[in-house]
Structure formats: structure tokens, C-alpha cells
Design a protein around this ligand. Structure first.
Ligand SMILES: Nc1nc2c(c(=O)[nH]1)N[C@H]1C(S)=C(S)[C@@H](COP(=O)(O)OP(=O)(O)OC[C@H]3O[C@@H](n4cnc5c(=O)[nH]c(N)nc54)[C@H](O)[C@@H]3O)O[C@H]1N2
Ligand SMILES: Nc1nc2c(c(=O)[nH]1)N[C@H]1C(S)=C(S)[C@@H](COP(=O)(O)OP(=O)(O)OC[C@H]3O[C@@H](n4cnc5c(=O)[nH]c(N)nc54)[C@H](O)[C@@H]3O)O[C@H]1N2
Ligand code: SF4
Ligand SMILES: [Mo]
Length: 739
């Protein structure tokens, strides 16, 4: 038996784990690493199943190539040759604009994904770059871009010091947090109350997070902007605003909210006017306070406005960039993405619908139509990395059909799943324990400054490429240099670019040094590790890979400190940026508009992580099932039995009903990541559930950013009557995944 330490790579909480392995490299146990100064031994059921996930017999060991509908396992050389042939064929016939790439969520959790994402998009030379950002946090980044000039300047709630936390549209007791990395989020929320602080949760469901709170309020899905406008209105009306940073647009903001007094917005959001006033007063009066919101509001029609108003409230209550309020993490690595160039968006638009580019990407809601619509620039080849958009994108069912029309598709993914089954070639990354791990991105949103590196625990089999090598080879192929071009030449060029810039940058720790000499000093067993070493050395704490290796439990770099001045790349914080102010006009027009009888929202489940953990027997079944939560009042009103048919503008599903008064009347909730079929995941297909994104609509997007809308989707919910009697009913049950 041996012990190994590593950061859990599954969700955003960056928990430190302690693994024991037997002599065959099998994981015997996974515990929380008590010596981790940040995680302090916390672990959830997913982390505890890391061994089973890593050893999943359905994980692909070798590349797969599909010919005439048949899958064949091939060697790596043949697989890369097939990718080169397929991509080159499309580029030669239709040009680079006919290619597209989609980066899924785990791209942002692996070292290789983060480092080679930009080079791959660039090498493809296409405007058609998509990622999970535009089905997730894009509105937050656009709001930060418009307010601060930097779409990566994301303030996190100072969880361990705040006196008052208002959470809307997030359920960190089950999701463990997002754009706010904190192991044991539930414990930190309990600690907040134990030290006399107050926790308020606003959610159409009484969630586990709500159960930890002093107060929970139901809100009508998609109406948070109204609530927040009411709060801002009160802060101005009662003279409670205390802005202590340099801002512009204060008067314009005051003017914008004038039409939204609490009593006027109350009917739209379902929260009484006097409660809105009280929330504003409490936020202003608390010694320190933070408002935090995530997926629940990002994925609504006015998601960017909500993100903006949340930070506007943090600013107006004097809680921005201040202990106990919301603050900016100072990561251990250099931040090469901080170019100082103020954020702009809409530098290009999607061909069919004209949706705007943001952060170098187009909204994923446009992918299906870009594949389906003929004409110059039609997408005919797709590369996906660590994504399952058939289950995660709005109107995934349409995308499922669209993918069948591609001329070539290659996926970097460990599974044959609902998306990768449409590929011509699947390139599986190594096992989790064969990869080194450093959270380049998540460590920029931790609630304490912190760094932790995990070396690979198990070696790669001879001839087996790392995920970095797979990505680098794809870059070389995409750039037209062929399948045999040296993958390391790419990482060397990346290092050279970084070091050459550093030696000439005034104030850089490498200023005036020799780039070649520095390169020779870099440490690391693979290119990703060498790049990490360079970024650590260039970082603000002067750390190195060797130091991180020597401290496998991670390094606490202290509580967050104010750093807004460092990050701001415009003169002053903008309180009323243009496109957002325009949206307020639209919100006013809609204030009294009729609302749908029933709307759909999503939810996350403790033992799922989006679509890809359902093949681990310990994580699926029992309480982890795909059910439609319906308030008992609606169950009775609609005459629902154990199954319901849910219809939307995009499609319909038949699903098991879970009556619960934890969801507000008029709202139903369905988790995403289900709807398993036709895959190589033998456990998952035994627990299929239904695809929530067969109901969400790609035609409706968030107004400013083009982000997907998953919450507040109008639906019709009906009892399933069995026209053909018992037999048909059994068929419906089976299709609904009810056993
Ligand atoms: N266990 C588990 N953990 C995960 C994941 C997972 O799938 N499972 N996924 C990971 C990922 S990719 C992410 S991005 C994070 C997300 O982490 P969170 O943002 O915490 O996501 P959710 O748990 O979906 O919480 C969203 C909440 O918003 C509520 N909601 C829906 N519509 C509205 C609305 O209009 N207004 C308001 N105020 N609330 C609304 C929902 O009821 C839900 O409780 O979680 C990560 N962690
Ligand atoms: N209705 C609805 N839809 C949603 C959401 C919602 O709340 N409601 N949430 C959205 C959010 S926040 C997100 S982030 C997206 C997620 O959207 P996606 O990223 O498209 O979906 P995932 O299910 O996370 O798929 C991850 C894929 O990565 C693969 N994978 C796992 N580890 C690795 C690895 O190390 N390397 C590689 N190459 N591949 C790996 C898995 O096998 C899986 O195929 O879903 C979105 N979709
Ligand atoms: S909370 Fe997230 S990071 Fe922590 S053990 Fe669970 S899955 Fe892993
Ligand atoms: Mo996400």
C-alpha cells in the first residue's frame, strides 16, 4: 500500500484528497487530506468515488475510429492519421470557416485543456469557437468586462469573514460552489452563522443551502433582475448607498432604477415589497456583506443584468474589494490573460443568427443552426474536447440530429457517450491518476489565496500519449503541420513566447535575464509542468514547481487582500455600462407582461457532475435519479400521476414525478446531464433519465451575451394517460427511465 495526495479534479471546490493504492495501482481508499490547509479534510461522495471513476472499465483505453457505423479500436498513430485525413479533407474542400471546436467543462479543470485550448482554437483558424462558458458563466464575465474592463476579474464572496451573505440562484450545499472555490462550502456557511452572521437564500426551490440559512425566499424564475432593481432603488431612495471606490455612472444608475420601486417589482418577482426594502436595509447595515449568484441566474434571459446588479449592490453597500465583502483572489501563477486591454465583445458574429462573439467565442446556442444551415461558412467538421453538448446544450436533441450531418468529427473524451458517438475518431485522455493536476483557473477564484500541485500518481503506459500530447498533436494537425509534427515543438514555442516576453517586461521577476538560460532552469516531467513552473516563477509569490512538489498538501497564501486597483483596466468602475442600461428599458416594458402558467428550472444533484459520473455505480440510483420536482398543489391541479409529459417550444419528455413542497407552485425542476442512450457507458444506460435539454430552447438566449437560457422555460405539464392501456404505460415508464 502506498499513500498519494491529489486535488480532486471533479468540481470547483478543489478539495485535497489522500489516496491509498495497492501495489497494482488500484485505489483502495480515498479520504479528505486533513493536512491540506484549505480543504482541511473535506470530501464529498464524488471525491470518495474517485478511484471507481478512475478505474471505470468503460473508460476508453485506446482510440476508436468509426467506419460504416462500426467502431474499431486502433493504435494512436492510425488515430492521428485519421484525424489529419478528416480535418484536411474538410479544410481543403470548404476552408477553415467550415471547422468548429467545442470545449466542455472539464477542459477548464485539466492542465492540458487550459493550456492548449487557445492554441487549438487559433490553429483551426475559425470564428466557430464554442465552449461551456456560454451555457454557464458567460453573463458574469461579460458583466465584469463591462464594469471593470476585465472579463476575468471575478470577485468572490469573502466567505470566511463576511457578516451577511445573500445567495441567489446558487446551491453550494450541493454544487459545492462555483466561481467561488471553497472546500466544504456547507461547513463554511454553518461557520458564518455560528459567528453571528446571517445567511439569506433566494431560490425557487427550498434547497439544502436554504436549509442552512436564516431565511429562504421563493422567487419567480427569471425575475431576479426585478428584485435587484428594487433593492438598488431602496439603497438610493433611503440614502443608504456608501460608495467608497472610484466609480462612474452613479447618477445614471439612480435614474435607471427610478421606475422600479419595491412595490412595483414585487408582483413580478414574487417577493413582497416590504421584504425587498428590508433586504436592502440589512445589506447596507451589516458590518460587511456579500451578494453571490451563479448558474441559477446566469442561465436566465436577463442573466447579464443580474450579474451587473449584484456587483452594483456590492459596490453601493461599500462591500466591493473589501474584507467580508466580495474580493479578488491573487493566484500563485502569473496571469497572462491580463493584457490590460479593456474588454470588448461582438468583434464577430455568428453567421446564421448574428449572435455576438465574447471572449473569442460564439454562443453554443448557435452551434446546431450553424451545422444545419447551408451556405458559405457552414460548419462541416467539429472538434470537441471534454464536452457532452448533446446533454448540456440548449435543445440538445436538435444538436444530436445536427451532429449526424457533419462530414468529420473528432472528440477528446474518455467515454463513448451521447455526443462522442457521432464522432469519426475518439481520442481518450489517460486515466485521471495518470495526469498531473494544477487548477490554473479555479485557483483564481479561491476564497483564500492558495496553491496546490498534484503530480501524476500512476505512470503512462509506454507509447500512451498524455492529454497534453493529444492536444498538442491536434494543434499541429489543425495548423496543417500533419500528424507526425513534433508535439513538443509547440510547447517549446509557448514557453519561449512566455519567457521572451518576461525578460523584456519591466518589473517582471525575469526582467533582463536570458530566455534560453531561464528555459534550461525550468523544472517538470512534461510540457504542462514546465509551463506551470514558469508561471509560478513569474507569479506574485515567487513560488516554483519544486516548492509545490515539496508541499503536497498545498500552500495557504493568506486571506484575500484588496486588489481592485491592480485589475481595473478602465479609469473607473462603470456602474451603468451601456448595453446593460439598455436592457433595463426592456425590463421595464416587460414588468407587467403576463407570465407562463408553468416554467421549468434546473437543479444540481450531490452525486452527479453534469453528465459524466452516472457510470459509477456508487454515484447513481437511490436518491440520485432524474425526476421532475412538482409542488403538490400543481400535482393535484394538473392531475399528475407518477409520470408527467412535459412539453416546451423545443420538445417533450416523459418523466417520473417527484411531488415536493420544496419547489414553489408554478415551477417544475429537472436536473440536466441525464438522458443516457446509445453509449458505451453500461451503468449509465441502466439509469437513463431524460434529457432536460430536449426542453430548453436554443432560439431563446440571454439578451446581452447570447448565453443559454435554462431557467424560466415555459412548459406545459400533463398527466400521462395511457391510450393503449397497461402495455403502453410500461413503454412510457421505460422510456422515462422509471424502474
Ligand atoms: N453535485 C454537483 N456539483 C456540481 C455540478 C453538478 O452537476 N453536480 N456542476 C458543477 C458546475 S459545471 C457548476 S457551473 C456549478 C454550479 O453551481 P450552482 O450555481 O450552485 O448551481 P445549482 O446547484 O444548479 O444551483 C442553481 C440554483 O438556482 C436555482 N434557480 C433556478 N432558476 C432560478 C432563478 O431564476 N432565480 C434564482 N434566484 N434561482 C434560480 C435552482 O433552483 C438552483 O438551486 O456546480 C458545479 N458543481
Ligand atoms: N438544462 C441545463 N443544462 C445545463 C446546465 C444546467 O444547469 N441546466 N448547466 C450547464 C453548465 S454550468 C455546464 S458547465 C455544462 C457542462 O457541459 P459539458 O461540459 O458539455 O458537459 P459535461 O457533462 O460536463 O461533459 C464533460 C465531458 O468531459 C469528459 N471528461 C471528463 N474528464 C475529462 C478529462 O480529463 N479530459 C477529457 N478530454 N474529457 C474529460 C466526460 O466524459 C464528458 O463527456 O452543462 C450546462 N448545461
Ligand atoms: S466537493 Fe468537489 S472537489 Fe470536493 S471532493 Fe467533492 S467533487 Fe471533489
Ligand atoms: Mo458549469
Amino acid at each position: 500500500m502506498r499513500t498519494a495526495y491529489r486535488t480532486c479534479p471533479i468540481c470547483d471546490a478543489v478539495c485535497g484528497l489522500r489516496l491509498t493504492l495497492d501495489e497494482d495501482g488500484r485505489v483502495a481508499s480515498v479520504r479528505g487530506d486533513r493536512e491540506d490547509p484549505f480543504g482541511r479534510g473535506y470530501i464529498c461522495p464524488k471525491g470518495a468515488s474517485l478511484g471507481r471513476l478512475d478505474e471505470d472499465p468503460d473508460r476508453l483505453r485506446n482510440p476508436l475510429v468509426r467506419k460504416d457505423g462500426e467502431w474499431r479500436e486502433v493504435g494512436w498513430k492510425e488515430a492521428f492519421a485519421a484525424v489529419d485525413e478528416g480535418l484536411t479533407r474538410v479544410v481543403d474542400a470548404h476552408g477553415r470557416r467550415a471547422t468548429a471546436v467545442y470545449f466542455g467543462n472539464p477542459t477548464f479543470h485539466t492542465m492540458a485543456g487550459i493550456l492548449f485550448r487557445g492554441p487549438l482554437a487559433q490553429a483551426l483558424g475559425t470564428p466557430n469557437v464554442f465552449s461551456a462558458s456560454s451555457i454557464d458563466q458567460l453573463p458574469k464575465q461579460v458583466a465584469c468586462g463591462l464594469m471593470l474592463g476585465d472579463a476575468m476579474a471575478i470577485a468572490v464572496p469573502d466567505l470566511d469573514r463576511t457578516d451577511y451573505l445573500l445567495i441567489l440562484g446558487a446551491n453550494p450545499a450541493e454544487s459545492h460552489g462555483s466561481l467561488c472555490a471553497a472546500p466544504d462550502f456547507p461547513g463554511r456557511l454553518r461557520a458564518l452563522r455560528e459567528r453571528g452572521g446571517r445567511l439569506v437564500v433566494i431560490d425557487p426551490r427550498r434547497t439544502r443551502t436554504a436549509d442552512l440559512a436564516d431565511e429562504h425566499l421563493f422567487i419567480r424564475p427569471g425575475s431576479d433582475a426585478y428584485l435587484l432593481l428594487g433593492i438598488v432603488h431602496t439603497l438610493f431612495a433611503e440614502d443608504l448607498a456608501t460608495v467608497d471606490i472610484e466609480v462612474e455612472g452613479l447618477d445614471e444608475l439612480r435614474r435607471l432604477v427610478a421606475d422600479f420601486p419595491p412595490h412595483a417589482v414585487a408582483p413580478a418577482c414574487g417577493i413582497p415589497g416590504d421584504v425587498i426594502v428590508r433586504l436592502a436595509r440589512e445589506l447596507a447595515a451589516a458590518p460587511s456583506a456579500a451578494v453571490y449568484t451563479r448558474v441559477g441566474t446566469c442561465t436566465t434571459e436577463f442573466g447579464t443584468v443580474v450579474q451587473w446588479l449584484v456587483d452594483a449592490i456590492n459596490i453601493l453597500t461599500g462591500n466591493f474589494d473589501r474584507p467580508g465583502g466580495v474580493m479578488f483572489t491573487k493566484p500563485a501563477t502569473a496571469e497572462p490573460w491580463r493584457t490590460g486591454e479593456p474588454f470588448t465583445m461582438g468583434r464577430w458574429r455568428s453567421r446564421v443568427r448574428g449572435l455576438p462573439e465574447a471572449l473569442g467565442e460564439l454562443p453554443l446556442a448557435a452551434l446546431a443552426e450553424e451545422i444545419e444551415t447551408p451556405g458559405e461558412g457552414q460548419i462541416r467538421a467539429l472538434v470537441t474536447v471534454a464536452g457532452n453538448p448533446v446533454l448540456s446544450a440548449p435543445n440538445g436533441a436538435r444538436l444530436d440530429r445536427a451532429l449526424q450531418g457533419l462530414e468529420f468529427m473528432v472528440c477528446v473524451d474518455p467515454y463513448l457517450n451521447e455526443t462522442t458517438r457521432h464522432a469519426d475518431v475518439i481520442l481518450p485522455p489517460p486515466r485521471i491518476l495518470q495526469m498531473p493536476h494544477y487548477d490554473f483557473l479555479l485557483l483564481t477564484v479561491t476564497v483564500r489565496n492558495y496553491a496546490r500541485f498534484s503530480p501524476a500518481i500512476l505512470p503512462l503506459e509506454p507509447g500512451r500519449p498524455s492529454e497534453g500530447e493529444i492536444m498538442a498533436r491536434l494543434v499541429q494537425i489543425a495548423a496543417g503541420r500533419g500528424p507526425d509534427a513534433d508535439p513538443e515543438a509547440l510547447s517549446e514555442a509557448m514557453l519561449d513566447g512566455m519567457l521572451t516576453a518576461a525578460v523584456t517586461t519591466p518589473g517582471s521577476p525575469f526582467e533582463g535575464r536570458d530566455a534560453k538560460e531561464l528555459r534550461a532552469e525550468l523544472d517538470g516531467d512534461c510540457p504542462e509542468e514546465r509551463i506551470l513552473d514558469a508561471m509560478l516563477r513569474l507569479g506574485p509569490y515567487g513560488l516554483s514547481l519544486a516548492e509545490l512538489r515539496a508541499r503536497p498538501h498545498g500552500i495557504d497564501l493568506g486571506a484575500l487582500r484588496p486588489r481592485l486597483a491592480e485589475l481595473l483596466c478602465i479609469d473607473r468602475v462603470r456602474l451603468a455600462p451601456r448595453p446593460l442600461a439598455d436592457d433595463v428599458v426592456r425590463l421595464r416594458e416587460r414588468l407587467d407582461a403576463p407570465v407562463a402558467d408553468m416554467v421549468l428550472i434546473g437543479r444540481r444533484q450531490l452525486r452527479s457532475n453534469n453528465s459524466w459520473l452516472h457510470n459509477v455505480p456508487t454515484l447513481v440510483g437511490g436518491s440520485n435519479r432524474c425526476t421532475l420536482q412538482v409542488n403538490p398543489v400543481d400535482v393535484a391541479r394538473l392531475g399528475l400521476g407518477d409520470l408527467a409529459r412535459v412539453r416546451s417550444a423545443a420538445g417533450e419528455v416523459v418523466v417520473e414525478v417527484e411531488p415536493t413542497d420544496s419547489i414553489m407552485p408554478g415551477v417544475v425542476s429537472l436536473p440536466h446531464g441525464w438522458g443516457h442512450e446509445g453509449t458505451g457507458q453500461r451503468v449509465a444506460v441502466e439509469h437513463p433519465g431524460v434529457n432536460a435539454n430536449a426542453l430548453t430552447d436554443d432560439a431563446v438566449v440571454e439578451t446581452v451575451s447570447g448565453n443559454a437560457v435554462f431557467n424560466g422555460v415555459p412548459v406545459v405539464v400533463e398527466p400521462v394517460t395511457a391510450p393503449g392501456g397497461v402495455h403502453d404505460r410500461e413503454g412510457e415508464r421505460e422510456r422515462a427511465g422509471v424502474r
